[in-house]
Design a protein around this ligand. Structure first.
Ligand code: GLC
Length: 433
């Protein structure tokens, strides 16, 4: 069976964003930020206060860090040596789901079970030491309302998490209670932060010309240093970092796949931008497009963004690898020309994602610059899509050039790998020093 050419072209056009359209999206994003700065209820983004600005780079000492933001939990012991230097002394990582064994993110699991699991990891990290005092920074990467550096109350789960008893609660309280249940009252959570904030702190610790931090992975979100917000409860310099929660940005037009996916998702109407760009969702959109082409609309093939990246990377003459993935997931053997088209669709979805992310970065750069010249800067990005997905980084760079023109020379994106752990240690140091 060969795909219908018209239908194929239509799908590609659904995922294509022109320069003009991108300009409009960047302008709409900036306007939404401006509305939010005036009155947060006017913005589609939450623009959450983090109670930290930038670090001095001189922070020192040994801290524990917890990175909790996806299905993989990581705990670290990190030593900060100042001058942007540090060492990860110890690290343990463990998944929150092992199919057939346990699943701490489903509706059937509870906050206690989830945080006891984390406390057990911390126990292992500190080798059962229940006497020395440890300060802990907690990267908790879900939209949370804070009124100081400790207190982050989960507003709503994102990324399809559904564990009971966490929404509305203070994440650090749940963690501290679990640590106490296990006999570790000596481990004291002192700071909580979003992963985007952690990435920005981590990058700025090493390089001060960094004002924007972003995660481009399972989820997508960005934070930036807002100079106009000062607060006596805030630590660090240059203003306050705002976690935009831009995964919830809505002032852009979804295509028919975006709409259909959203309708069937755990939280319809929410995280519309994230559902268009992040790794958790690109595979879903890809699967829906294929289902349409083969006349199986509504069928879920469980295609992931990792499948997409392997399909895009398969440039062999007979598309052996791509063909095998498609046969396994979609359950049919595709002709050569159809695989070529499927690869084009995968590429179009990734390119759209990267362009939209770039537009949001440009909006923030414009907003920070105001009427002044754009400053030289690095945008710190962490996450598997940015790091590993073919076409992602290159298309961010080219879209930045399209939107910024000559000023594009002043801006680049840099990978800040592992920033979620390091940033948490830095935040802990900022809070206790
Ligand atoms: C989701 C969360 C956000 C986080 C992002 C990346 O968008 O709501 O808090 O920063 O995922 O992990």
């Amino acid at each position: 069976m060969a795909f219908n050419e018209e239908q194929f072209k239509d799908i590609i056009s659904e995922f294509t964003v022109s320069t003009e359209r991108l300009q409009e999206i960047a302008a709409a994003f900036r306007q939404d930020m401006q509305l939010g700065l005036r009155d947060v209820t006017l913005s589609s983004m939450r623009m959450l206060k983090s109670y930290v600005g930038l670090p001095s780079g001189k922070e020192t000492g040994e801290y524990l860090a917890l990175d909790f933001g996806g299905t993989n939990i990581r705990v670290f012991k990190i030593r900060l040596d100042g001058n942007g230097e540090f060492e990860v002394v110890k690290k343990i990582a463990r998944p929150l789901i092992v199919p057939g064994e346990y699943n701490y993110i489903s509706k059937e699991s509870t906050a206690e079970q989830m945080f006891d699991f984390i406390a057990e990891m911390i126990d292992e990290l500190i080798e059962g030491n229940n006497t020395d005092k440890f300060y802990l920074g907690h990267t908790f990467s879900f939209p949370s309302r804070q009124d100081d550096i400790y207190n982050a109350q989960l507003i709503v789960w994102t990324k399809e998490f559904a564990t009971q008893g966490v929404e509305g609660e203070v994440a650090n309280d749940l963690l501290a209670a679990a640590l106490k249940r296990r006999g570790f009252g000596n481990v004291v959570p002192v700071a909580v932060l979003n992963d985007t904030v952690a990435v920005l702190l981590s990058a700025a610790y090493k390089n001060p010309d960094t004002f924007i931090g972003s995660i481009y992975a399972t989820g997508h979100n960005t934070c930036y240093l807002e100079p106009s917000i000062q607060d006596e409860k805030s630590f660090g310099k240059g203003g306050m970092i705002l976690n935009l929660e831009c995964g919830n940005f809505m002032k852009l037009a979804p295509n028919r796949f975006d709409k259909e996916y959203d309708d069937s998702s755990e939280k319809p109407g929410e995280q519309r931008f994230e559902k268009m760009v992040s790794g958790r969702y690109m595979g879903e959109l890809f699967g829906m497009a294929i289902a349409e082409l083969v006349g199986e609309q509504g069928k879920n093939y469980n295609l992931t963004s990792v499948d997409m990246s392997m399909i895009i990377l398969d440039e062999s003459d007979n598309f052996e690898k791509a063909s095998a993935i498609l046969e396994e997931k979609v359950g049919r053997k595709f002709e050569h020309d159809d695989i070529a088209k499927i690869r084009e669709i995968a590429a179009a979805i990734v390119v759209r994602s990267a362009r939209l992310v770039a537009a949001s970065f440009v909006a923030i750069i414009w907003q920070r610059a105001g009427h002044d010249e754009i400053e030289r800067q690095h945008i710190a990005v962490d996450g598997s899509v940015y790091e590993k997905m073919p076409l992602a980084k290159d298309n961010i760079t080219s879209a930045l050039a399209e939107l910024l023109g000559e000023d594009a020379d002043k801006v680049d994106t840099v990978l800040d790998n592992g920033g979620s752990g390091l940033g948490a240690a830095i935040a802990a140091a900022m809070a206790v020093e």
